[in-house]
Write a protein that binds this ligand. Sequence first.
Ligand SMILES: [Zn+2]
Length: 452
Amino acid sequence: MSLFIKNIKALVTCDSNDTVLEHVNLFIEDGLIKYLGTEVFEAEEFIDGKDMIVYPGLINTHHHLYQTFTRNLPQVQNMELFDWLITLYEIWKGITPEVIRYSSLVGMGELMKNGCTTCFDHHYVFPAGTKGNLIDVQFEAAKELGIRMHASRGSMSLSKKDGGLPPDSVVQTIDEILDDSERLIKKYHNKDHNSMTQIALAPCSPFSVTGELMKESAVLARKYGVRLHTHLAETKDEENFTLSQFNMRPLDYMESLGWIGEDVWFAHGIHFNDEELKVLAKTKTGVAHCPISNMKLSSGIARIPEMIELDIPVGLAVDGSASNDGSNLLEEIRTAYLLHRLQSSRNAPSGYDILKLATNGSARVLGRNDLGSIEVGKAADLFMIRTNRLEFVGTQYDPKSVLATVGVKGPVDYTVINGKIVVKDKELVNIDEEAISAKANEVVDKLIKRNC
Ligand SMILES: [Zn+2]
């Protein structure tokens, strides 16, 4: 499979020199970027790059795709994290393989339509008695769409009766969790250059799993060289929970369980103090920044300017759609930019700094040095924006920052993943969007009405 993109108006590489190329040709073959320059190549597919800006594909470092089916629900709109979770668990305990299939198609489809080429998902709800392997269903959906997928085997093991937050019907035993984790690693974790599938282990949070599960998960992950992920330092309620239960702040607690280091990244990371930021920097422990979710749930503002200054690995993420309420990293880029301008003024990251969080920052968090920039030899993941439109008039002076400063509202013109065109003229190529949307809405209805 080969693709030739000719005469690109501006190509923002996000390489280490921050190179922007103009009037350049790009040749892709066998899923990899093979050539950047002025030569012309024969290829099976062709895109005219005139008036187009090309960017590296965006990489999402935290999501809960199943939540795509519990967004905009009136009963939780005024809540903060703990009450929000307790209310939603009652719906989530009814999820089925069908919910996972259609929410994955919808959530990842929306990501791709907005320039995302790699999706990390954190699935942790496995209701008792559910038939079918939910993570396998996610991988099938990703393959159907053509997106690069990092799934995680999430888990919950600490229910209400043991002092945790979730109901009994959605927690599992350590053995069940570890057995399925190992099965998934063996089946899907591909470490090759340009890998399309990887696994991480992701117990849900300090207040929904036991310390023992965290420890055992870390041992298993390190045996196979897979990454570790969980929610941390998201709210003051969580901080109060670990202080009262373990007499430790959240990061100290995680450190005591072996959860620190360059193979670990935390979702949110809002309430770290100065000392804790230094620990993250020293150990290269990463953070997935989810600005819209943090604003929606009134959780706080992550200290992103300091994290960038300290060279802590930071990626961008949408978080689950119940707290977003969508799967759009372009929207996240603009929101992150504006939020930190408001909070930090002159110390805020530039628009381009935020784009780099969503590209090579996220790639670093996921441990992927073959993703996150457009360079010869890297995976051919990119998206394209047509600029000869009214809403881009006057924006031509800084293609590196325009996604944050001006923003792109609406789907991108093309998304290419692994060298294949997966979004063309703003629509998904591999699925019938209308038919999938109609079926997905039926499944949403079944899920929501089950609890009425
Ligand atoms: Zn989350």
